[in-house]
Design a protein around this ligand. Sequence first.
Ligand SMILES: NC(=O)c1ccc[n+]([C@@H]2O[C@H](COP(=O)([O-])OP(=O)(O)OC[C@H]3O[C@@H](n4cnc5c(N)ncnc54)[C@H](OP(=O)(O)O)[C@@H]3O)[C@@H](O)[C@H]2O)c1
Length: 313
Amino acid sequence: MEPNKATSTIRRVAVFGASGNFGTPITAALSQDGCFDVTIITRVKSRSTFLPGLAVIRTAYTVEDLTKALEGQDAVVCAVAPSGVEHQVAMVDAAEAAGVKRFIVNDFGWGLRTQTHGLPEFRETIKRCNVGWDYAAKRAEANPSFTWTGITTGKPIDWALRKFPAMGFDVVKGTATIYDAGDEVFTGTMLEGIGQSVVGVLRHPDETANRFVKARSINTCQNELLQAFQKVTGRQWPVTHSTTEVMKMEGGARYKAGAGGWTLYIAVAQLLDPGKARNVVAPSREESDADLLGIVEETPESIAERVLKMRLN
Ligand SMILES: NC(=O)c1ccc[n+]([C@@H]2O[C@H](COP(=O)([O-])OP(=O)(O)OC[C@H]3O[C@@H](n4cnc5c(N)ncnc54)[C@H](OP(=O)(O)O)[C@@H]3O)[C@@H](O)[C@H]2O)c1
């Protein structure tokens, strides 16, 4: 059977989760691109605030109400929090009913959909996400006018480095924690690159139809980033050493006890587990979709400079 193709141009784009960690740069990139009319779809009781000047529709997340909200849209981007992924099935049904041509599913993750080397604690979350992804694929198979794309991004590298000192760098204090030998390579995509990846998919609907695309700004490791932070700040950063095994044990114990806070421990272990390449989305730029999507390749220094200047909301 011929693969589905979205042959016409995508102009009108609706975004779910537009004020989130990922939704904010995605919405900014879409509106700055100049080719898209952006509409934000939000929950009736949401307290989120949005970029000014964009249309906002508040709606219940039922198929009927969402279908009305999505009327006239060419594409939908789903960037809701992990707690909202269950709504994807209704969003897909509504998008298809409203004649939407492309549905970008809620991935922005580590390629765990297609890889088997995720740590066990993440399996439940992946299973919940898969329901929406599989459903979008099933609808696309049944209806050639409806297509989907997933965007795999690896670590949102600037955001994660700035926000979570446990990822290895406390940029406020100027100190580092290096796990194991510090040489485990992982894929990172800048927030700007994540925004650009959505623009790239919608500008290349045929090449990106009905598959997961691989975004990346860099493949790097902790040792390279430490050198970069030291070079950019012009001083040595005090270094503490730890291991991903410690993070796995602490995160695993919290997970088993049903206690909060396990995610960050397991995320660090997933990212830096030595020799496992658990967070390598694409070993090289050529094996990624970065060129097609128009994502700039970064260096450890360019990332360090950006992270040091970054302000968190
Ligand atoms: N690769 C990584 O390491 C990594 C890291 C973080 C996130 N992610 C992924 O990126 C995606 C977006 O995450 P995020 O951190 O940007 O999310 P977020 O900032 O926590 O939330 C984004 C938006 O989701 C909506 N939302 C929240 N709870 C909801 C619910 N129960 N039902 C429906 N909508 C809800 C809200 O929008 P409204 O108020 O407008 O409705 C919120 O502003 C997720 O798929 C997440 O797994 C990946």
